[in-house]
Each structure stands twice: as structure tokens, then as C-alpha cells.
Design a protein around this ligand. Structure first.
Ligand SMILES: *[C@@H]1O[C@H](CO)[C@@H](O)[C@H](O)[C@H]1NC(C)=O
Ligand SMILES: *[C@@H]1O[C@H](CO)[C@@H](O)[C@H](O)[C@H]1NC(C)=O
Length: 391
């Protein structure tokens, strides 16, 4: 495990796709390396617990640029007692305003959510599931999941810390790879990202993952001013086919983003979407974070990490379906500026997340790739079930 952690640091520092660690640490699917693999999840799991405790709640004023004064449309949960009525019936569950700042062409999919609204996240332990990626992706798309975020700029077959066997690698192709939204993880990937924009431009590119937080000491933290200077290389590169997602902060409503935009000479004009990570078992708390972020930036929001898993979560997956998803999703759908949500996680994840009890599992799929009650509820909240889904 120490070797594995050491290697992980090396890989991250070098921004390398090379895989010396596999040789040294042996079989990463063996249980003896579970801790190391958990540590390699390059996600917001650790951070969410901090959000949940409210340790970093404020400093909003310092984050406010002087020019923004958007009013807060102020959703409320007045309808929450009755809004969870979809129950998989396929009936309309929302006002479903499909408007978007980014694209006027979004149309309702087979369900009542705008096309592309439902998305997911694959963490670095996804490769442990026998059903990943093929069976997993089949189930997810059946329930309306459109695209996914991995903690990678590269496709997963080039990403050693996803630990996919050769067999699984061969399944990584076509629609699955196309559905990935790449992330420039940190400054070590700037040049690769510029090359990608020139040679193989993705429709969307996320610029940094939680630069305000080091996941288990493994991911890099980046200060706002140097980040502005580093990311200018990407922001100034020709990118006619690519839209940019803002740095996704551990604490999106904290000071980092404001300091970044102050330092970057108006680069906010080149940012199409503001990212939000939020882990909170209280739907109203999630909505508060969303509306605060919109009030600050007046921009389209993608919730690029979402789940109730924190130490404060005491839901089973079925309770999560009825008291969280069925309440929260219809309320988010009333906010026309929230274009996409990414539920974490899409894979079967038995790793305790954010200190959440094991009973609070947000996994959308089982190890064999079949759907969980959570995925079924997410689809139902959008009026999608496999019998109504068109593909
Ligand atoms: C690696 O782990 C897998 C799954 O537990 C097991 O089937 C395989 O035998 C292991 N290989 C080695 C070399 O330990
Ligand atoms: C918010 O952005 C829209 C364009 O997306 C603009 O029309 C509107 O004036 C902005 N509101 C404020 C308060 O800046």
C-alpha cells in the first residue's frame, strides 16, 4: 500500500500515463490494495464531508466580483411533500423548462428532462466491477444517463489508475468513449489539453478538478492566480468546437473562483459553464448551494458531482430514491440554468464515501452492471424507464 501510494504521487506529479506502479504493486484488484485504490479516487469525496460540516461555508462576499448582482430566483421546497409522485409511472414530474444558456437546441429526451440532463461520474475504482464498462454503461444509458466524467483527460484505456484489465480495455470504444467529458486535472495536463483542442476537440472540457482540495494528499492543489495564468494557455487556444467548464471547486461558493476570475483578465467570458460539486443529504441544502452559485455568476451550472453520501447520510438506497431523488430532481428541474447533473457514482462503489455509512450507497449500478434502486429512481424522476427509453 505504501508502494502504491508512493507511485500514485509519482504519477500525479509527472502527469504521466506510464504505469510503473502496476509493476511494483502487483495485482491492484487484490483486496490488500483496497486502501490504496480508495485513495486514488480523484474525486470530491473527502471534500464533501467538509462541505457538509459547513466548515468553509462563508467568504461569499470576498468571492463576489463587483459587477455581479444577479438576483436569486429562490426555489423553495414548498412542493416537496407531493413532488415525489413520479414513482416510475413515467408521468411528467417537472416543469422541465429545457432552456439553456449554452444551446437552444436541447429537446426533451424520451422522458420529461431535457436531453443530456442526467449524467454520471466514474471513480478510479470503477474497474473493480465485473460489469464495467459494458454492462454498466448499458444499464446507465437505458435509464437516460447521457455522458460521464472520469478523473482523466484521456480515455480510460490510457489511464492506469482506472486499473482496467485487457478484456475491459477492449470494451472501451465508440459510444462509451464519446460520452466522456474530459478533465484537465491540474497544470501538468495543460499542454496535452492544448494538443487535444487542436487534434481531437471534445465538445466540453473541464478545467481543473478541485484545485482547492488535495484528495488524500494525492491530487494537486492550485492557487487561483497561477491557475489563471496556466489556464490562459488553454483559454486562449483556438477552440471553435469546445465549450469550457470552470474549475470544479471542492467549495464552489468559497473564495477560489472569485479570485481566479479576478486574476484572469476577463476569462469568464470564455467559460461557458460553472461547475458545482455538492454532497448533502438535505435537498434544501443542495438547492441553496445551487442558487447561491447562480446568484454570484449568472451562468449555466453543471452539477458535476452530486450525491447525498456524507457522514450525515442515514438513507438506504430505497429511502434515497423516495426522499432524496424524488424530492430534489424535480426542484432542480425548475432551475433552467442547471443544464446537467452528474450523479456520483455510476459504478458499484462499496468504498465508504465522505464518512457515509455503508448503508448510504449512491451507486447507480451493481457489480454486474445491473441497475440499482437509485438509478431506477433517477430515471423515473425524468420519466424514463427501460420500457419508455428510446435508447
Ligand atoms: C488478481 O486478482 C484477481 C481478482 O481477485 C484474481 O482472480 C487473480 O488471480 C489475481 N492475480 C494475481 C496475479 O494475483
Ligand atoms: C445574466 O446573463 C444574461 C445572459 O445570459 C443577461 O441577459 C443578463 O442581463 C444577466 N443578468 C445580470 C444581472 O447580469
Amino acid at each position: 500500500m505504501i508502494l502504491s501510494l508512493f507511485c500514485a504521487s509519482l504519477l500525479l506529479a509527472a502527469g504521466s500515463n506510464a504505469s510503473p506502479c502496476k509493476l511494483q504493486s502487483g495485482n491492484w484488484t487484490s483486496s490488500s490494495t483496497t486502501g490504496a485504490k480508495a485513495a486514488l479516487n480523484r474525486d470530491g469525496h473527502g471534500s464533501a464531508a467538509i462541505n457538509q460540516l459547513g466548515i468553509q461555508a462563508k467568504s461569499q462576499e470576498s468571492a463576489l466580483p463587483s459587477s455581479t448582482s444577479a438576483s436569486n430566483p429562490g426555489p423553495s421546497l414548498t412542493a416537496s411533500g407531493s413532488s415525489g409522485s413520479s414513482g416510475g409511472s413515467g408521468s411528467s414530474t417537472s416543469g422541465g423548462s429545457g432552456t439553456s444558456d449554452i444551446s437552444g437546441s436541447l429537446t426533451p429526451a424520451s422522458g420529461s428532462c431535457p436531453q443530456g440532463f442526467l449524467n454520471t461520474v466514474f471513480n478510479t475504482n470503477a474497474g473493480q466491477s465485473s460489469g464495467f464498462p459494458s454492462a454498466t454503461w448499458n444499464a446507465l444509458t437505458e435509464y437516460g444517463i447521457d455522458s460521464w466524467i472520469g478523473f482523466s483527460l484521456e480515455t480510460l484505456d490510457k489511464q492506469s489508475d482506472y486499473d482496467l484489465s485487457a478484456t475491459q480495455n477492449s470494451q472501451l470504444s465508440g459510444a462509451f468513449n464519446k460520452a466522456q467529458i474530459p478533465i484537465v486535472m491540474d497544470h501538468t495536463y495543460i499542454q496535452s489539453a492544448v494538443a487535444m483542442l487542436a487534434s481531437n476537440p471534445p465538445p466540453y472540457l473541464e478545467l481543473y478538478n478541485e484545485p482547492d482540495f488535495s484528495f488524500d494528499g494525492l491530487t494537486l492543489t492550485e492557487d487561483p492566480a497561477p491557475s489563471a495564468s496556466d489556464l490562459a494557455t488553454i483559454l486562449n487556444a483556438p477552440h471553435p468546437n469546445t465549450k469550457f467548464i470552470s474549475p470544479a471547486l471542492m467549495d464552489a461558493n468559497g473564495p477560489w473562483l472569485g479570485q481566479f476570475f479576478q486574476a484572469c483578465n476577463g476569462c469568464i467570458e470564455h467559460i461557458d459553464v460553472i461547475a458545482l460539486h455538492v454532497y448533502n443529504p438535505d435537498p434544501q441544502g443542495v438547492l441553496d448551494q445551487i442558487t447561491q452559485l447562480y446568484a454570484t455568476w449568472n451562468k449555466t451550472i453543471w452539477i458535476t458531482e452530486l450525491s447525498p453520501a456524507t457522514s450525515g447520510c442515514d438513507m438506504s438506497p430505497s429511502t434515497m430514491a423516495s426522499t432524496y431523488i424524488n424530492v430534489l430532481i424535480p426542484e432542480i428541474l425548475k432551475l433552467p440554468y442547471v443544464e446537467k447533473i452528474f450523479w456520483n457514482s455510476g459504478e458499484s462503489d462499496s468504498t465508504p464515501i465522505n464518512g457515509a455509512p455503508a448503508s448510504c450507497s449512491p451507486s447507480l449500478t451493481n457489480p454486474d452492471g445491473s441497475s440499482t434502486a437509485v438509478l431506477q429512481a433517477l430515471g423515473a424522476a425524468c420519466g424514463i424507464s427501460p420500457s419508455t427509453a428510446t435508447s
